[in-house]
Design a binder for this molecule. Structure first.
Ligand SMILES: O=C[C@H](O)COP(=O)(O)O
Length: 256
């Protein structure tokens, strides 16, 4: 049985005040909630503050980050290394988000390199994959997702997926309010799992696959009722303690 993981990607949002209020609010909302791993990925500037606040809280919020670079140290202006993330207690690191693929021209190969680098440093990659609206309309969804995962499998072996998280995020559903239906998401999740099963049935059964794209408290339970949807990567709704906690609670309830 896979353990559900609900992660909040705060993207480029926050201030010291907001981080403090949101984490305190989440700590209160999540008290006593069991059966789901809850992670947050604040902007890197706020990892220090988040680590301190999470340490003081009672609920077990996992600290994550939104990106990592591919060098350990040296003359790489602006980069952040895995060891720096670890230094602030961040363990779950989002890579390959469609916003980075699009605005920073990150290729499948570059994302796979980040994946390997995180694994090498004992961190958990949260590998985002997903198709554009045009690719969806052209019936290319599964092929696009398979290609994005294969960039990792073909360079590092299917075993590299051990302990990693895959987040299926159809790009057209991100921040649009136009979420995939739970049935459609389930179909794609099952196809992603089947693709991994071609290399290893055991890995396909084990790997956590989150859905992301306009997940809200109102639609979360329908996703988590699906057998191949193991959690969510949440953007907008993760900026509010009550709504993010409601999504996490829905996952805990559905996957009991
Ligand atoms: O990483 C999170 C996703 O991009 C989803 O964002 P959203 O929940 O605002 O649609």
């Amino acid at each position: 049985m896979r353990h559900p993981v609900v992660m909040g990607n705060w993207k480029l949002n926050g201030s010291k005040e907001m981080v403090s209020n949101l984490l305190k609010g989440l700590d209160a909302e999540l008290k006593g909630v069991e059966g789901v791993d809850v992670a947050v990925a604040p902007p890197a500037m706020y990892l220090d503050l988040a680590e301190q606040l999470i340490g003081k809280g009672e609920s077990k919020i996992i600290l994550g980050a939104q990106n990592v670079d591919v060098n350990a140290s040296g003359a790489f202006t602006g980069d952040i290394s895995p060891e720096m993330l670890k230094d602030f207690g961040a363990s779950h690191i989002i890579i390959g988000h469609s916003e980075r693929r699009e605005y920073h021209n990150e290729s499948d190969e570059f994302v796979a390199k980040k994946f390997a680098f995180l694994k090498e440093h004992g961190l958990t990659p949260v590998l985002c994959i997903g198709e554009s609206e045009a690719q969806n309309e052209a019936g290319e969804t599964v092929a696009v997702c398979a290609r994005q995962i294969d960039a990792v499998i073909n360079t590092q072996g299917v075993e590299a997926l051990e302990g990693a998280i895959i987040a299926y995020e159809p790009i057209w559903a991100i921040g649009t309010g136009k979420a995939a239906t739970a049935d459609d998401a389930q179909r794609i999740h099952a196809a992603i799992r089947a693709h991994i099963a071609e290399k290893s049935e055991e890995m396909a059964k084990k790997v956590v696959i989150q859905y992301g794209g306009s997940v809200k408290p109102e639609n979360a339970a329908a996703y988590f009722a699906q057998p191949d949807i193991d959690g969510a990567l949440v953007g907008g709704a993760a900026l509010n303690a009550e709504s993010f906690a409601a999504i996490a609670k829905a996952a805990a309830e559905a996957k009991k």
